[in-house]
Each structure stands twice: as structure tokens, then as C-alpha cells.
Write a protein that binds this ligand. Structure first.
Ligand code: NAD
Length: 268
């Protein structure tokens, strides 16, 4: 028997940059790609944590992982991060635009203009800038016959709006459209997909203004799968999309959210 059902999910020969990869979802993506054989750079605002996480992943998988401090809203940091990846690993085949964050507001029409702009810079524009910085290396990698992809951490609320998280919701919706447009721009060269992530409870929920009760409600005990997500649930989807296993998938937004709320019309 020579058929290996998991062979297409291997990422040997790939070089991945994972933004915001020091913890939670980004960390799981970095560990999963590394476990599949990729060389990985974690680019995170928290440079120290990026390095600690990178070292822990490398110890787990035996494959090279580096961590670097990088603010994805700053052009100089973005450029330095991409150059460092190329200097270290010789290539960039795989970009994961994972950085993102939002917070709740009582009145969607009273969100300060600066907050709307900051949210757009963090959740949307950073992905465009990272893509632009990676473009020359990615096109070269494609010319060399490699599997070249960009996969983005979108959100369910970028598809179905959440009016209390309006700045985040609107910026994530813009991310979907931006990256879909870029998937068409890069046709036959770079595959681009966005994962619409459902609720993965992390410490970030408290900092976004949601208490324990709100977090429990968000975890959707009445969803089709009955539980909140785990970072690995999301990382598994990223592996499919970024590895050769996803080579016929591009320009898509793919929901990984526990199936959403169960719908039953007739009352109990
Ligand atoms: N957790 C969820 O339920 C959920 C749901 C939907 C979408 N998402 C999206 O998934 C992604 C990851 O979510 P998470 O919960 O793992 O986030 P998290 O807040 O736990 O981790 C984000 C990481 O990004 C880093 N970071 C923040 N700002 C940065 C910047 N300017 N430059 C570089 N790094 C920066 C942080 O240091 C942190 O390590 C985000 O885009 C988020 O919007 C998460």
C-alpha cells in the first residue's frame, strides 16, 4: 500500500510567516504548520513571547521556528519581519494574517472616529501591507513551482454583523472583501482564503469587555456542535487551506464556527 491520505497536508519545503502567533489561535497555526514540516516565523507585537513560543514549538516538532517582535500596523516592522524571514529561511511561501482584535461599545453610532480607523488599520490594512511586503518573494516561490498561499483570520462577525462590536465587525468584513479582491488579482499565483472564525474563548474576551456570562452565551451551548472552539479547530482549517491539500481552493471565506446556532421553527 503506497497511498498516504495525509501526504497533501505536509508542508515540508514551505516557509510560513504567522502574524500574532505568540499565543492562542496564531500559536496553534504556527505549531500545526511546523508539525507538518514548514519552517515558521512568528511575528508578534510581543517579541519576547514570540521567541518563547517559537522555541517551545521547535522543541515539540523538531523543525525550525523563529520569533520576532513586529507591529503589523508599522511599515518598518513589516519590512524588517519579511526580510528576516527571507534571510533566515531563503523564501516566503505562506502568509497567515492572523492579527486582529476588537472591543464592545454601547452605542455603535458613538464609536470614536479614531477607534474606527485604528480597527481598520489593525484588522484590515495590516493584511494588505503584509501581503505587499511578501509579494516579490511569493511570486518568486511560485515561479519555482511552490505552493504559495495567504490565509487570513477572519471572523463570523465579519459576515454577520455584531452591532456592539461595530468597529471590529466592519473591519473584518472589509478584510473579507480585500482578500477576495486580492485572490482575483493573484489568480494562478497565490491562493488566498479567509477563515470566518467562531467563538474560541481566550483571555482576549475579557479584555474586549465580555464577562464570564457573556462568554458562556457566546460559546453557543445550543450550536450544532454544542461547544466553543479550540485554537486547534481553527489551525486544522488553516492547514487544509495553506497546504497542497487545499490547492483547488482560493478566493473563499470558509466558516469554522461549531456550526452556528441550531434552528428549529416549532417551539418545544
Ligand atoms: N478568539 C476568537 O474567538 C476569535 C473569533 C473570531 C476571530 N478571531 C480572530 O482570530 C485572530 C486570533 O485571535 P486570538 O483570539 O488568538 O487573539 P489573541 O488576542 O489571543 O492573540 C493575538 C496575538 O496578536 C498579537 N498582536 C496584537 N496586536 C498586534 C500587532 N499590532 N502586531 C503584531 N501582533 C499583534 C498579540 O500580541 C497576540 O499574541 C484575530 O484576528 C481575531 O480577530 C478570534
Amino acid at each position: 500500500m503506497s497511498f498516504d491520505a495525509f501526504g497533501d497536508f505536509r508542508m515540508d519545503g514551505h516557509v510560513a510567516i504567522v502574524t500574532g502567533g505568540a499565543q492562542n489561535i496564531g500559536e496553534a497555526i504556527a505549531r500545526t504548520f511546523s508539525g507538518a514540516g514548514a519552517k515558521v516565523m512568528i511575528a508578534d507585537l510581543n517579541g519576547e513571547k514570540a521567541q518563547t513560543t517559537a522555541a517551545a514549538i521547535q522543541a515539540d516538532t523538531g523543525n525550525e521556528v523563529i520569533g520576532i517582535g513586529c507591529n503589523v500596523t508599522l511599515q518598518a516592522d513589516i519590512d524588517a519581519c519579511v526580510v528576516k524571514a527571507v534571510e533566515t529561511f531563503g523564501d516566503v511561501t505562506t502568509l497567515v494574517n492572523n492579527v486582529g482584535w476588537g472591543r464592545a461599545y454601547d452605542d455603535p453610532l458613538a464609536v470614536p472616529e479614531e477607534d474606527m480607523i485604528e480597527s481598520y488599520k489593525l484588522n484590515t490594512l495590516s493584511a494588505m501591507k503584509m501581503t505587499a511586503a511578501c509579494r516579490p518573494y511569493m511570486l518568486k516561490a511560485k515561479e519555482a513551482g511552490k505552493n504559495v498561499t495567504i490565509t487570513n483570520s477572519g471572523s463570523l462577525v465579519g459576515s454577520v454583523p455584531a452591532f456592539d462590536f461595530i468597529a471590529y465587525s466592519a473591519a473584518k468584513a472589509a478584510l473579507n472583501h480585500l482578500m477576495l479582491g486580492l485572490a482575483h488579482y493573484f489568480a494562478k499565483q497565490v491562493r488566498i482564503n479567509t477563515v470566518l472564525i467562531g467563538t474560541v474563548i481566550t483571555e482576549g474576551y475579557a479584555s474586549a469587555g465580555l464577562d464570564e456570562k457573556a462568554q458562556y452565551a457566546l460559546a453557543h451551548p445550543d450550536s450544532l456542535t454544542g461547544r466553543a472552539g479550540k485554537p486547534q479547530d481553527i489551525a486544522n482549517a488553516f492547514l487544509w487551506l495553506a497546504s497542497p491539500a487545499g490547492s483547488w481552493v482560493s478566493g473563499q471565506t470558509i466558516q469554522v464556527s461549531g456550526g452556528g446556532k441550531r434552528v428549529k421553527l416549532k417551539p418545544e
